[in-house]
Design a protein. Sequence first.
Length: 348
Amino acid sequence: MMEYNGMLLHNVQELIYDQEYHDYGLNRVPESLRVRLNPKAQKNIRFVSGCELRFVMESDEVQIALRRMPVSGSILSQGMVQVYQGNFQGSYQIGPQAVTTEGSRILIRKQDWGYVRQFTQSGKTTERRGPGFSAEVTRVLLPYDWGCFLGEIQGKIRPPKPSELPPKRLLVYGSSITHGGNASLMSQTYAFRLAEILGVDCINLGCAGSAWMDPAMGAWIAGRKDWDMALLELGVNVIGEWTPQRLYERAGSFIRQIKEAHPEQPVWVTDMYYNHHDFCQDPRAFQFREVIKTCVEELKYRYPRLEYVNGLEMMGEKDGFCCLSSDGLHPSDLGHSVIARRLGERLG
């Protein structure tokens, strides 16, 4: 996370200047790391999944210039931005709003946050297990499914203070499902919902189609000092690419790399949630789940705060089919909600 012109850029590590448009691409990882990932991840880690623009409004209006990264193929030319006030989704007057490849200006008008403050201070807002966000913090949730550029900011704002943010952070790494795949909006993704349930902040490092447990990514996660707990979703991106033995070697090394640097932080490792491989009774689905389970069990004796989570228990055979979207792989909004609720019970 970094500050820029009175904003706190959450889940952003680096800004890349665009000379043609004079705006800045938002990168979740440093460029020096991105170029060391597998080729598909080098592209998909640029998606702004879980990235937020956070600030406290000191003027009645704030206008933010945003631009969607150029698209190709079947990728939509626009994505949807949401505006939250603290833990609360903003009213329809301030979102969702579209961000296009041609550039858009997001207008946020200051509303009366009196009720939000009262609800927050009452402690009766939700069953959230942590304090969450101050009602003063405006949060612009960027579209999770593609890259985004930040331009001019108009209006008087200041960055949130540490006391206005959740004190603990959950880091998540995994496939497009962790990234948010097929959720209708960023706030519907299981990672976002899980963080809401736990009352923590979320560092989302989901990498669509390319969560190959790259050693460089493992080393970078291990070297970070800004997370208190982690959830690793492993396996589904390599089910058609790797043998079980290769998955065993890579997953074991990836988990060990992270736990050696963070022996006291709780780390949960889950495998695949229900998908078309299960529906078609593909034996690789069972094999790959067993590999991830074995990796965790073999390391747990050294690292007691390491836990295996069976993906089918989070979204499984009894309800998995009706929780899928039409592609047979990614959860629907309902599926993301089910996963978040069950993970919340397990991690809490």
